[in-house]
Design a protein around this ligand. Structure first.
Ligand code: OOG
Ligand code: MG
Length: 257
């Protein structure tokens, strides 16, 4: 049997992102399984690298029950971040550049010395130099923000943009810090870093393990998003978004009017 058309599917997803136009889900019709979906993701990100973007990190997805429940997919996934997706802290985005953007509060790790492939993280404090509050802007390329597991993997796990706040040393009690998402000064979501796999450090173990399976090595200097602790919230034009993580600080983002 002929396998799915990896390059063709990546092109469709890339064009959907470039033109901010939703497309129907495609995994069932094209026979995409998880492995083929990661191959599509690789081709989709390569399309960005071919036009000059640089890989700057890795993001985890669906590491909390709140997120799994919101999208109806219950497996941990990972995707790639490029320099063009990064928005400066306090910076603005144009909602019109996206299909149906949502924002979610995240914890970011600044990667330092990483173990060799196949090895456990071992010492988190050696692998992670600093932590920061972050906001991820996700934008599924599928209509109605609805997808299956292989669909969302192929779509680079809905990655669209991200903001990283000020870095600080890893605080005590990282496994249970309050997380807040505010829109226009009003609380939109409340959670705890404990929602992220019981301890966000575990997200790094999972990232190393899962990305390692596909031959992807994390790099020193990369940003690592551990996955949202709460459900995501639609981003409306003119909204001011702030994510705060207790003991770490805040990151913010404006949507242009
Ligand atoms: C998939 C990406 C999930 C997270 O932090 O859980 C994710 C989606 O919800 O569209 O980034
Ligand atoms: Mg996320």
């Amino acid at each position: 049997m002929i396998g799915p058309d990896v390059a063709g599917i990546a092109e469709k997803l890339g064009a959907a992102a470039d033109t901010a136009t939703a497309i129907p889900q495609l995994a069932v019709e094209t026979g995409l399984d998880v492995d083929a979906a990661y191959a599509v993701q690789t081709a989709l990100v390569q399309r960005r690298l071919d036009r000059g973007e640089r890989l700057v990190g890795l993001k985890m997805g669906l590491t909390s029950k709140a997120k799994m429940a919101q999208v109806g997919v219950d497996e941990v996934i990972w995707g790639r971040l490029t320099d063009v997706m990064r928005v400066p802290d306090g910076g603005g985005v144009d909602v019109g550049d996206f299909i149906h953007p949502r924002v979610e509060p995240e914890v970011a790790f600044l990667l330092d010395r990483l173990p060799d492939p196949g090895e456990p993280v071992g010492s988190f404090t050696r692998a992670v130099r600093a932590v920061a509050p972050a906001i991820e802007l996700i934008d599924s390329r599928y209509a109605n923000f609805t997808f299956s597991l292989p669909d969302v993997i192929a779509d680079n796990t809905s990655a669209a943009a991200f903001v990283v706040g000020p870095w600080s040393p890893v605080p005590d009690g990282l496994e249970n810090l309050g997380v807040l998402l505010e829109i226009d000064g009003r609380v939109a979501q409340v959670g705890s870093t404990a929602a992220i796999l019981g301890d966000p450090r575990r997200a790094l173990d999972e990232g190393l393990r899962l990305a390692g399976r596909h031959g992807v090595r994390l790099r020193k200097g990369w940003v690592f998003l551990a996955g949202a602790a709460t459900a995501a919230v639609p981003l409306r034009p003119g909204a001011h978004v702030r994510a705060t993580v207790e003991k770490i600080g805040s990151a913010s983002l404006k949507a242009l009017p």
